[in-house]
Design a protein around this ligand. Structure first.
Ligand code: ADP
Ligand code: MG
Length: 372
């Protein structure tokens, strides 16, 4: 039998890229599977399989070469994970993936755990629309139940007529219609789920622009009581999904101080990128260690950190001047994507400082210059 020398990774985007970087730093080899020939992680992987996630030969290659397989993308068919699970360890498990890739399953799972979410209605057929004419407390947000990311498949709805229009435009069979929360803050927490232990990374405070994450600030400006509630919910979710691997929970804190779970991401998360420089071990280091069955150590915050995403629109033509990022306290990550499309995540930078206010100020100043 062939020696199984690779960690398998389904998905070769930037999360896969940073996973490969962590793994190689620890002396591990990674096999990436991605249908995109030009994907960022494929270029540096120790072995790159360029095929569809349902390709039987590709899955055979993973089983032959890997004892363990992990993911970086939540829209991988869960049936792929089911097939791999018959032969090798797969973190996250297929059930957790299935729940978190469907907003209706996700919300009913949270309801069972008595974890608060936004109020919502399910729309699974045109007949479900009529009763919604009675809604008085607009605005709501219409979201496709599956395949949403970075705000895609969503529309803000201010009245019943807009609902009917967006229902047609978004063109799906299954939706949730979610009450739009009057947000005080958005936060998220990454949980690193080892075999017998969960390491929680510090909670980050997140700002979105056009529904895409713009900035993560750590530590978040929340109370100890809020932190405790968030941690308890994150742990409850991880335990009840029987989760192994990296999980991120996104939370809303409303102006009325309610803490609601927005969604669960069954993977490393953009809001956890600060951990590369901000923590003793990053979310990607933990993912590698979990795959290798290593023992966890607590991942505390070394310094306050502010991370800002670099989206395609910052590239004027094909160019961007990144000279202002060449400073000791600023760490730049570029994802080696060829075409800087609008809204595409091309890279990020993290500012590290003893003071979160100063880190935030530096990050904002640098970003303002890049935008000019
Ligand atoms: P995605 O899967 O695209 O990340 P989310 O459901 O997390 O989708 O929505 C993206 C962003 O849109 C959220 O982080 C938040 O800023 C905003 N948003 C989504 N749902 C709501 C809501 N019910 N109330 C207020 N803001 C929302
Ligand atoms: Mg989200």
């Amino acid at each position: 039998m062939q020696e199984k020398k690779y960690i398998g990774m389904l998905g070769g985007g930037q999360l896969g890229l940073m996973f490969v970087q962590s793994a190689q730093k620890m002396g591990e080899k990674v096999l990436i599977l991605d249908p995109d020939r030009d994907c960022p992680a494929g270029k540096i992987a120790d072995k790159f399989v360029n095929a569809d996630y349902l390709d039987t030969e590709a899955l055979k290659t993973i089983i032959e070469n890997c004892e363990i397989c992990t993911t970086e993308f939540e829209n991988i068919p869960y049936t792929t994970l089911e097939k791999l699970e018959e032969k090798i360890n797969v973190y996250p498990n297929s059930k957790a993936l299935k729940i978190s890739q469907n907003r209706i399953l996700e919300k009913s799972f949270l309801k069972k755990l008595k974890i608060p979410t936004t109020n919502y209605y399910e729309i699974n057929s045109p007949e479900n629309l009529k009763p919604l004419e009675e809604i008085k407390d607009w605005p709501y947000i219409l979201k496709t139940s599956t395949f949403g990311y970075d705000g895609k498949g969503q529309a803000i709805i201010n009245n019943f007529d807009e609902l009917l229009k967006s229902y047609k435009i978004l063109g799906s069979d299954n939706f949730v219609l979610e009450k739009k929360v009057n947000l005080k803050m958005e936060v998220s927490q990454v949980a690193c789920c080892y075999k017998d232990d969960i390491v929680l990374l510090p909670i980050s405070e997140n700002t979105h622009i056009n529904n895409i994450l713009h900035k993560s600030k750590v530590p978040a400006s929340i109370t100890d009581d809020e932190s405790k509630k968030i941690e308890d919910m994150t742990i409850s979710i991880a335990k009840n999904l029987n989760y192994k691997g990296i999980l991120c929970v996104e939370f809303f804190i409303s102006k009325t101080e309610e803490i609601l779970v927005n969604e669960i991401a069954p993977r490393t998360h953009n809001s956890g990128h600060y951990s590369i420089e901000g923590c003793d071990e990053s979310q990607f280091d933990h993912q590698v260690k979990i795959c290798k069955g290593m023992e966890p150590i607590k991942s505390s915050l070394k310094n306050s950190s502010v991370m800002i995403n670099l989206l395609g629109e910052l590239w004027k033509g094909e160019n961007i001047n990144l000279d202002d990022l060449k400073k000791d306290e600023i760490f730049l990550h570029l994802y080696n994507k060829k075409i800087p499309k609008h809204g595409r995540k091309m890279g990020h930078f993290t500012v590290i400082n003893d003071s979160v206010e100063i880190a935030n100020q530096i990050a904002d100043e640098v970003y303002a210059k890049l935008k000019k």
